[in-house]
Design a protein around this ligand. Structure first.
Ligand code: ZN
Length: 268
């Protein structure tokens, strides 16, 4: 199987950061030049009455694309692997539309996507996560892969990387379909029905627990759901969300994620 490995000029600026828009011949010559790949991870789950089910998957993918485009401008070739769209969302199954994988299936899926890109010669992977329910699984997959391969894998939740800016620009705690997430969704041109944006703040079950994702707790309490009445599904105050708040968070995230990739490159 012979092929000329020239990368065609016919790809747009957005398409050229997408792994699956290339031919195999083009990727054959591009992969050795890659600084890293980004694997976005999201969820398909209820996000209150004002945001679509795909909000986490959408945020992860759009953010990854913007970061990769910024990297190319700086001469760093970074590709975005197709998003792992469905995540671990069993806690939201009572809400119509939520899709979930079991923890084991999610980890296996992610591990096999990573193993495939490593097989093709990728040396650095950034797992860019937009769904809190995936976090523990991402860390476990990264730890398992580094036992098997000589690769660098970073795991990041977007809200962890922008804690200080979130605190500066937003007025209410971050949890789910809240002011922070809705603002970022607005800045990324997600479908947002602002006139339906209503939520409730969540009370901690213990004074050592946190119900603000930007301020990690000291104790984590897990409690079975029982048969409770469904609330709106938004935990936080999404009515306070604005495009401007989201833009500030977005520009900080893009700058910092580019820096994270530069750091990974320095590791070799
Ligand atoms: Zn979300």
């Amino acid at each position: 199987m012979g092929c000329r490995g020239m990368v065609s000029a016919s790809l747009s600026e957005r398409e050229r950061v997408l792994w699956s828009r290339y031919t195999w011949c083009e990727l054959k010559s591009l992969i050795p030049e890659l600084a890293a790949v980004i694997i976005p991870t999201g969820s398909i789950e209820q996000h209150g009455p004002h945001l679509p089910l795909d909000t986490d998957a959408y945020i992860a993918e759009e953010l990854a694309i913007r970061v990769a485009m910024e990297c190319w401008k700086k001469g760093l070739k970074v590709l975005v692997v197709p998003t792992v769209v469905i995540g671990c969302s069993s806690h939201f199954l009572p809400y119509p539309g939520t899709l979930t994988l079991s923890f084991d299936t999610f980890m296996k899926l992610l591990e096999e996507v990573c193993t495939s890109v490593i097989h093709h010669g990728v040396k650095r992977i950034l797992l860019l996560n937009a769904h809190g329910g995936n976090t523990e699984c991402l860390h476990l997959v990264a730890r398992k892969l580094r036992e098997r391969f000589d690769v660098v894998i970073a795991v990041v939740n977007w809200w962890d990387l922008a804690r200080d800016i979130i605190e500066e620009v937003c007025e209410s705690p971050m949890y789910h379909a809240c002011e922070v997430e809705t603002s970022l969704a607005l800045a990324l041109s997600q479908r947002v029905i602002m006139e339906l944006a209503r939520g409730e703040l969540k009370k901690p079950k213990s004074r050592f627990e946190s119900t603000d994702l930007t301020k990690p707790g000291m104790v984590y309490v897990y409690r079975g759901r029982g048969r409770k009445e469904l609330s709106t599904g938004a935990v936080g105050l999404p009515e306070k969300a604005t495009y401007d708040k989201g833009s500030k968070i977005l520009s900080t995230l893009v700058t910092r994620l580019v820096e994270v990739i530069e750091d990974l490159v320095k590791l070799g």
